[in-house]
Design a protein around this ligand. Structure first.
Ligand code: ZN
Length: 348
């Protein structure tokens, strides 16, 4: 699939309609049940597609409207994990969370997102992205009582994710993205087995594969953590050279309003770079010029045919009108720079 110049996309999630789940909340409970919930999820996907098309987004996401959380929403469909008796653990080296326990070999009794992907595909002819949690981030959102090794558990998840990714691709999805915020925390593990697990998850997948690495949603625990990271956030320096040497096609990262030195994206030679031009930790809606400024800065380090303007992270905790405004700014900002490139007034 050939994408348009500066094709815009989003990291993944969008706010859910207030009739489907409680707004501005992570892992919000559903407000519907049974068939009404199934219908409601599909209607929410229709609305997400509508919002993105109106904003001029080129590679659409279904906004993760069919799951409550980007990691648990997938894991709760697997076997071998106890979601009833949770355990409090310190996750991402950052905050305590009540997480499910691995009590037996993990397995996927049936496809999780195949039907969602087919429905999503039926709504539009535009290129589509579907997001899945990455193996390391899954391991880091659990308490393991069975495998006794984060690597072994990650590889078991990678095999499950691989089946899922092959099916999503067959359903007509163009980009499959694995979300790995844990890659920004456990650098030794990324090197030792994280990249290998990711490559296992993408094995044989014909569509584009992406990895999203960020500094998290704009929630309090993350905001406090960011204050401890100093003036220059150089975490990406550890992982980008490894990803550049991997078989992953695209890397989605945080740029807007962050302390990430922009030149670090130059470490991703040969990869598509999904540059975060929208700050998801703020309710302020960017102007198209704000977005254009980030794209122009990134063009100094990434060739124009490899640059995809994107959001920093998922937008599920935001108010819906704020998310809509931010997407519109993303679409308009990319259009501004596209015009400049055609006129030759930006050299890249
Ligand atoms: Zn993220």
């Amino acid at each position: 699939m050939k994408f348009p110049l500066l094709a815009t996309t989003l990291a993944g999630s969008l706010p859910k309609p207030a009739w489907l789940a409680e707004p501005e909340k992570l892992w919000a409970p559903w407000k519907l049940e049974g068939r009404a919930l199934d219908e409601g999820k599909r209607d929410a996907v229709r609305l997400a597609v509508c919002m993105e098309e109106k904003a001029g987004i080129d590679i659409l996401s279904e906004g993760e409207q069919t799951r409550r959380h980007f990691v648990n929403g997938y894991m709760e469909k697997l076997e071998g994990i106890d979601f009833k008796n949770l355990k409090t653990v310190h996750i991402r080296n950052r905050y305590d969370a009540d997480v499910p326990r691995v009590v037996a070999p993990v397995s996927r009794p049936r496809p999780v997102h195949s039907e969602d992907a087919k429905f999503f595909r039926s709504l539009t002819t535009k290129p589509l992205k579907f997001t899945l949690p990455g193996p390391m981030t899954m391991v880091d959102t659990l308490y393991d009582e069975y495998y006794g090794s984060r690597e072994k558990l990650a590889m078991a998840f990678a095999e499950i994710l691989n089946q899922e990714a092959l099916e999503l691709c067959a359903a007509g999805i163009d980009v499959i993205q694995f979300d790995e915020p844990a890659f920004n925390v456990y650098f030794d593990e990324v090197r030792e087995w994280g990249i290998a697990a990711l490559e296992r998850a993408r094995r044989g997948v014909k569509c584009k594969t992406a990895v999203h690495i960020c500094y998290g949603y704009g929630i309090e625990a993350n905001n406090q953590w960011k204050k401890t990271l100093g003036d220059q956030w150089r975490q990406y320096e550890n992982t980008f050279p490894l990803l550049a040497a991997s078989s992953i096609d695209q890397v989605s990262l945080e740029c807007a309003n962050s302390h990430v030195p922009i030149e670090l994206i130059g470490l991703l030679q040969g990869k598509d770079v999904l540059v975060g031009c929208i700050d998801v930790a703020s309710d302020r809606v960017e102007t198209p010029e704000d977005v254009a400024r980030v794209i122009r800065a990134a063009l100094k380090y990434v060739p124009q045919d490899r640059l995809f303007p994107c959001t920093n992270c998922g937008m599920v905790p935001l108010a819906r009108d704020v998310a809509a405004g931010k997407l519109a700014a993303l679409g308009a900002g990319a259009a501004l720079v596209r015009k400049e490139l055609v006129q030759g007034s930006v050299t890249a």
